[in-house]
Every structure is written in structure tokens, then in C-alpha cells.
Design a binder for this molecule. Structure first.
Ligand SMILES: *Cc1c(COP(=O)(O)O)cnc(C)c1O
Length: 393
């Protein structure tokens, strides 16, 4: 990759962070499947430990395959540096534990990922790191949620499974005045659709298990942010808690990322087609998709996202039993949680991803018993619609 040239996203997704000449001219990244690295002399080892000489020491600290992945993600998110982990939750927990201390407070968007919800509860119970949830829909609401000890505003947008969108620029305006760090879980959008760092957010998190990997064959996580924040997390929570990614999984991600842009275009196109069809079906009560002009947050989506993404939910006219009947009648679309795979996946939030939330709270969040969530894959959309249609009919 030529230095000093500002390449476009699609090009960086394929080349960034990798130079064949540094790896025996291998076209694709080798998998450095090694736990440790050798030093020529004791003095060299000492210099590497002291940070006076670049070079690898031990794979929990750094590994060349993993470093290539981190460099590529940093460039795609337009951040200074990145850090890869063995799961999305390892990345979430490293960020939240690494950047807070006892008696701090985290302000959180409502409807975050279930395990992040669990982690926050554990941090509160065991370490006195408190949190509150807010819709964060207006400046007043954001200010209301902020306390004197608030260190982090933690956001997921779009929100699963209601597909509400949070205005990131508005959050950043308020947070900057109060010197609060803004962290965004960008799993649903990927850097192809949304780049929170360019809007002023401080740290981006990915469950790379989803669209970054894109093929449903790896569990991994990524953090992207300023060099000093990433270095701090690398030398503390990553090194001492140790939730690292394996070289092979990093390699799978490097492979998956190459096609991120083309996949996302197709994912989004398929989702739009299905939304149009679903909206006109008599058995559907409502469809939630941020890329739909009728979605209440459509204008915010347009402002900060390239396209509406490929996650959507819809409510069946009827009861829980009717929703179950539709899901069980599907012939092509597998029933599974997770998202961002080539395969379209359907799940029932009330009995699966959001089952731990008490029913009244769930209803308040907009998650009814008739709500189904679809992660739209890369199949021919006509085949997907045929499958949904026969199940609905
Ligand atoms: C899946 C997911 C996570 C957790 O990632 P894992 O890779 O499963 O650990 C976090 N946030 C969001 C939005 C997710 O979809």
C-alpha cells in the first residue's frame, strides 16, 4: 500500500495494515501461530521489555497477525489505534473496567446488549461503579442523566431490537463540555456505515463476531480510539486480564474484512427490499427499520449513517403463538441469535435475547411478544421474501 496516499474505504479494507514484503512476500497475511518470540541476546530481550526496541515478546502482549488486524480496523474507523480481543464482551469489559474506578458513574443508552447490561450490574454490585439508563433523545435528557461522577456515556445505536437511533453529534456536544468520554458500540453499523470517531466520539467497540468477520465462524472483539487510551488499555486490562484474540481468529477477520463494503451494500439493499414487502403484508402490524422514511429517527440516521443497515424488526398481527407459528414455518431462514452473517437469521427477542428482562420493562422498551428480529443476509432477496411470505400466509 503506497504511503502518503489517502485510499478509500474499500481499498483500505483489503490492504491496510499489511505489507507483503515484510512477510516473505506472502500475498495474504501469514498466521503467526506462536505463543512466544525469541531474542538474539539477553540485551535485546531487556530492550524489548523496556520498550526501547520494537519487536515481539509474547503473544498475549502482541502478535504480528493480530497487529495487522488492529492496524486495519484503526484505519477503517479513522481512529489512531485499535486493540483486538477474544470476544466482543472481552472488548466491552476491557473498556468499561479499564476506564473507570470505584464510585464512578456510567450513563447508558437504553436497550443495550444483554451481556453489557449484565456486566454493568456486576460492576455496580462488586466495584461500586454505578450506571443509569436514558433515552438520550434531547440535550435536556442527556444533561439530566449526567452526574458529578459520570465518566462515560455508553451508547449503542441503532438500538436492538427497536431500531431507535441516537444522535451522536448531540451527545458529543454535551459530553465535551463536561469532559465525559463517549463510547459507542458500533457493531450494528460497522465503520462502512457509521464512523463515530469522526463525529467526536472517543472509543468505538465492535463485536467483530458480527459483520466484521461476516461469516459466522469466529467470536472476537475490537476497540478503536486514541493512541494513548489504547496503549493504556493494552498495558493494563488486556495484558493483565488477558482476553486476547488467537492469531487464527485474527486471520479470519482479516479475510472477512476484505469484503466488508460489498457485503454491507448487499445486506442493506436486501433489507430495504424486505422492508417494502413486509410493510405491505396484512399480517404485519409494524416494521422497524432506520432506513425506512417512515421511521421516526430517519433524519438522524441520514445525518450519521451511510445507509440504514440490515437489521430490522417487525410485529406480527396476533399473539405470541402466532409469532411462534411464523418462525416455526420458515424453511430457509434459520432461527438463531447473532447477526451480520451471510445467512439471514431470525430470532424472537422476548423469549431469547431479551428474555431476562421483566415483561413490563420489556413492553416499555417496545419489545412485545409478537416482535421478531431479522438479520438480513446475502441471499437473493426474492428467496427470503418467498420464505417469509409462505410463513406469514
Ligand atoms: C454480539 C454483541 C456483543 C457481544 O459480542 P460477542 O462477540 O458475542 O462477545 C456486544 N454488542 C453488540 C451490539 C452485539 O451485537
Amino acid at each position: 500500500m503506497g504511503k502518503d496516499i489517502e485510499y478509500q474505504f474499500e481499498t483500505k479494507a483489503i490492504h491496510a495494515g499489511y505489507e507483503p514484503k515484510n512477510h516473505q512476500d506472502s500475498l495474504t497475511s501469514p498466521i503467526y501461530q506462536t505463543s512466544t518470540f525469541t531474542f538474539s541476546t539477553l540485551e535485546q530481550g531487556a530492550k524489548r521489555f523496556a520498550g526501547d526496541e520494537d519487536g515481539y515478546i509474547y503473544s498475549r502482549l502482541s502478535n504480528p497477525t493480530v497487529s495487522g488486524l488492529e492496524e486495519r480496523l484503526a484505519q477503517l474507523e479513522e481512529g489512531e489505534a485499535a486493540l483486538a480481543f477474544g470476544s466482543g464482551m472481552a472488548a466491552v469489559s476491557a473498556a468499561l473496567i479499564g476506564l473507570t474506578k470505584a464510585n464512578d458513574h456510567i450513563l447508558c443508552s437504553r436497550g443495550i446488549y444483554g451481556c453489557t447490561f449484565g456486566l454493568l450490574q456486576m460492576m455496580k454490585d462488586k466495584y461500586h461503579i454505578d450506571h443509569h439508563f436514558s433515552d438520550l433523545a434531547s440535550e435536556e435528557e442527556i444533561l439530566q442523566g449526567i452526574q458529578a461522577n459520570t465518566k462515560i456515556i455508553y451508547i449503542e445505536t441503532p438500538i436492538n431490537p427497536t431500531m431507535k437511533v441516537i444522535d451522536l453529534a448531540q451527545i458529543v456536544r454535551v459530553a465535551k463540555r463536561k469532559e465525559i468520554m463517549v463510547i459507542v458500540d458500533n457493531t450494528f453499523s460497522t465503520p462502512y456505515l457509521q464512523k463515530p470517531i469522526t463525529l467526536g466520539c472517543d472509543l468505538v467497540i465492535h463485536s467483530a463476531t458480527k459483520y466484521i468477520g461476516g461469516h459466522g465462524d469466529v467470536v472476537a472483539g475490537i476497540l478503536v480510539g486514541q493512541q494513548k487510551v489504547i496503549t493504556n488499555l493494552k498495558k493494563t486490562v488486556q495484558k493483565d486480564v488477558g482476553g486476547i484474540i488467537s492469531p487464527f481468529d485474527a486471520w479470519l477477520l482479516l479475510r472477512g474484512i476484505k469484503t466488508l463494503a460489498v457485503r454491507m451494500d448487499r445486506h442493506c439493499e436486501n433489507a430495504k427490499k424486505l422492508v417494502t414487502k413486509l410493510k405491505s403484508h396484512p399480517k404485519i402490524r409494524a416494521v422497524y427499520y432506520p432506513g425506512d422514511k417512515d421511521h421516526p429517527d430517519y433524519e438522524i440516521m441520514k445525518k450519521q449513517m451511510k445507509k440504514g443497515g440490515a437489521l430490522l424488526s417487525f410485529e406480527i398481527e396476533g399473539t405470541y403463538e402466532d409469532a411462534a407459528k411464523v418462525v416455526n414455518k420458515l424453511k430457509l431462514i434459520p432461527i438463531a441469535v447473532s447477526l451480520g452473517d451471510a445467512e439471514t437469521l431470525i430470532q424472537h427477542p422476548a423469549s431469547m435475547t431479551h428474555a431476562v428482562i421483566p415483561e413490563d420493562v420489556r413492553q416499555e422498551m417496545g419489545i412485545s411478544n409478537e416482535l421478531l428480529r431479522l438479520s438480513v443476509g446475502l441471499e437473493a432477496w426474492e428467496d427470503l421474501w418467498e420464505d417469509l411470505k409462505q410463513a406469514l400466509d
